[in-house]
Design a protein around this ligand. Structure first.
Ligand code: PLP
Ligand code: TYF
Length: 392
C-alpha cells in the first residue's frame, strides 16, 4: 500500500528549525521561523493569556463539544477585532489557527465556485501555494515585491488584478507581508478596492499579524476600507502571533456576505466544512482569546504587551538599519526601517545566506527572509558584519 508513497515536499522553514536546533554553536541566532522572541530569545506566554488560563481553569465546568462553527462569542470578538463595527451579514467559524481558517475558506470556494482561480502575491507565504496545489488549485501569482526598491510593484499588481473577474479569488496579506515585510499603503488598498468593485474579484485577506506592524487599528485600515465598500470578502485570522498561542491553534474564518440569505447558506457550509475536515475546532486557545477580548482589564494588558512586542521589533528595525549603514557605508538597507511586521527580505543570494549561516551561525530562510524579532540589540553589529563580509 505505501510502497509507492511519494516523498512529501519538505517545508523549508520547518526544515530550518531542525537545522538550527542541531547546530551545537553557542551564540547561534535563529532568524528563521516566524515566532516572536523577547530580548532573551524566549517566546513568552503573554501575561493576559496566563490570567485567562487561570480563569478558564477555575470557571470551566465541562469540556463537552462546542458548536461545529466554534463558540459564537469567540467568532464575534475576532470579527470585531478585525473590522471594528461589524455588519450582521457576516458568517464565521473558529478554525485551527490561521492555516485552518485559510483551508476552510479554500474549501468553501471549492464548493461555491469549483472553477474559481486563486491568486497569491509573488512571493507569498509558501503554505498558500502548497495548500492550494494539494487541492489541485495551483494559484496564479500577481506581481508584488520589487527586489530593487524592496517596496511593492504596485502598478503591476493593479494591472494584474484589473485583468481578473468574478471567478477569481485574490489572497491579500492584511498587514505585515510574509515573507517580504513590504506593505500596501491605504491609498493602494483604496485602489485595489476600486478594482474589486469594478471587476468583481473576491478578496481573501490573510490576517496573521494584526498589531505587530503599526498598531491593532492601524494594521487593518486597508481591510476595513475594503469591507466597508465591498458586498463580499473573506478574512482568515490567526491568533498565533498576536496572542502568542501558536501551538494551541486558534484562528477564525470570516465571510462577509451580500445579504442574510447568503449569510445563512455560507454559515451552514462553514459548519459542514469544519465537520468534514476535523469535526470541532480546538477551543482552548479560542476560549482564552474570547476572555481577553471581552474583559476590559485583560484586554488593556494584552494590548500593552502587544505594544511592547511591536516596539521591540520596530526598535530592532531602526538599530539594524543603522548597524548596516555603518558596516556597509551605504544606505541601501534603510528599507528595513520602512518595512513592518516580523519579516524583511534582506536581498541576499542563497550562497550569501549560507555563508552567513556557516560563518556567523545566523540562520535566515534561503530566500533571505529574516525574522527581525529573532535579533537582540547586542547582535545587531554581528549581523551587520556577517552580512557585509558575505558581500550582501
Ligand atoms: N498566514 C501567514 C501569512 C502566516 O505567516 C502564518 C504563519 O504563522 C499563517 C497564515 C498561519 O498561522 P497559524 O496557522 O500558525 O495560525
Ligand atoms: O512563516 C512563518 O515562519 C510562520 C510559521 O508551514 C510557519 O508563518 C512556517 C511554516 C509553516 C507553518 C507556519
Amino acid at each position: 500500500m505505501f510502497a509507492t508513497l511519494p516523498e512529501p515536499q519538505p517545508d523549508a522553514i520547518i526544515a530550518l528549525m531542525a537545522a538550527f536546533a542541531a547546530d551545537p554553536r553557542d551564540g547561534k541566532v535563529d532568524l528563521g521561523v516566524g515566532v516572536y522572541k523577547d530580548d532573551h530569545g524566549n517566546t513568552p506566554v503573554m501575561r493576559a493569556v496566563r490570567v485567562a488560563e487561570q480563569r478558564l481553569h477555575d470557571k470551566q465546568t465541562t469540556k463537552t463539544y462546542t458548536k461545529l462553527a466554534g463558540d459564537p462569542a469567540f467568532v464575534a470578538a475576532m470579527q470585531k477585532l478585525a473590522l471594528g463595527e461589524t455588519p450582521d451579514r457576516l458568517a464565521g467559524a473558529a478554525a485551527p489557527g490561521g492555516t485552518g481558517a485559510l483551508r476552510v475558506l479554500f474549501e468553501l470556494i471549492a464548493r461555491a465556485a469549483p472553477g474559481a482561480r486563486f491568486h497569491i502575491s509573488d512571493p507569498s507565504w509558501p503554505n498558500h501555494a502548497a495548500m492550494l496545489k494539494a487541492m489541485d488549485k495551483a494559484p496564479g501569482a500577481y506581481p508584488y515585491f520589487d527586489a530593487e526598491t524592496r517596496g511593492v510593484r504596485f502598478e503591476e499588481m493593479l494591472a494584474y488584478v484589473n485583468g481578473l473577474g468574478t471567478d477569481d479569488v485574490v489572497i491579500l496579506h492584511g498587514c505585515c507581508h510574509n515573507p517580504t515585510g513590504a506593505n500596501l499603503t491605504l491609498d493602494q488598498w483604496q485602489q485595489l478596492t476600486d478594482s474589486a468593485v469594478e471587476k468583481g474579484w473576491l478578496p481573501l485577506i490573510d490576517l496573521a499579524y494584526q498589531g505587530l506592524g503599526d498598531g491593532l487599528e492601524e494594521d487593518v485600515q486597508g481591510v476595513r476600507h475594503m469591507a466597508a465598500r465591498l458586498p463580499r470578502l473573506m478574512i482568515a485570522q490567526s491568533c498565533s502571533k498576536n496572542f502568542g498561542l501558536y501551538r494551541d491553534r486558534a484562528g477564525c474564518a470570516t465571510v462577509q456576505c451580500a445579504d442574510a440569505d447568503e449569510q445563512a447558506k455560507v454559515q451552514a457550509t462553514l459548519a459542514s466544512v469544519n465537520r468534514l475536515l476535523y469535526s470541532f475546532s480546538p477551543d482552548h486557545g479560542a476560549a482564552l482569546v474570547e476572555i481577553i477580548l471581552n474583559d476590559p482589564e485583560l484586554r488593556a494588558d494584552w494590548e500593552a504587551e502587544l505594544t511592547e512586542m511591536r516596539g521591540r521589533i520596530n526598535g530592532l528595525r531602526e538599530g539594524l538599519a543603522e548597524a548596516l549603514r555603518q558596516e556597509t557605508n551605504s544606505d541601501r538597507f534603510d528599507f528595513i526601517r520602512q518595512h513592518r511586521g516580523m519579516f524583511s527580505r534582506l536581498g541576499a543570494t542563497k550562497e550569501q545566506v549560507e555563508q552567513v549561516r556557516e560563518e556567523a551561525g545566523i540562520y535566515m530562510v534561503t530566500d533571505s527572509r529574516m525574522n527581525i524579532a529573532g535579533l537582540t540589540q547586542d547582535k545587531l553589529r554581528d549581523f551587520a558584519r556577517a552580512a557585509a563580509a558575505a558581500g550582501v
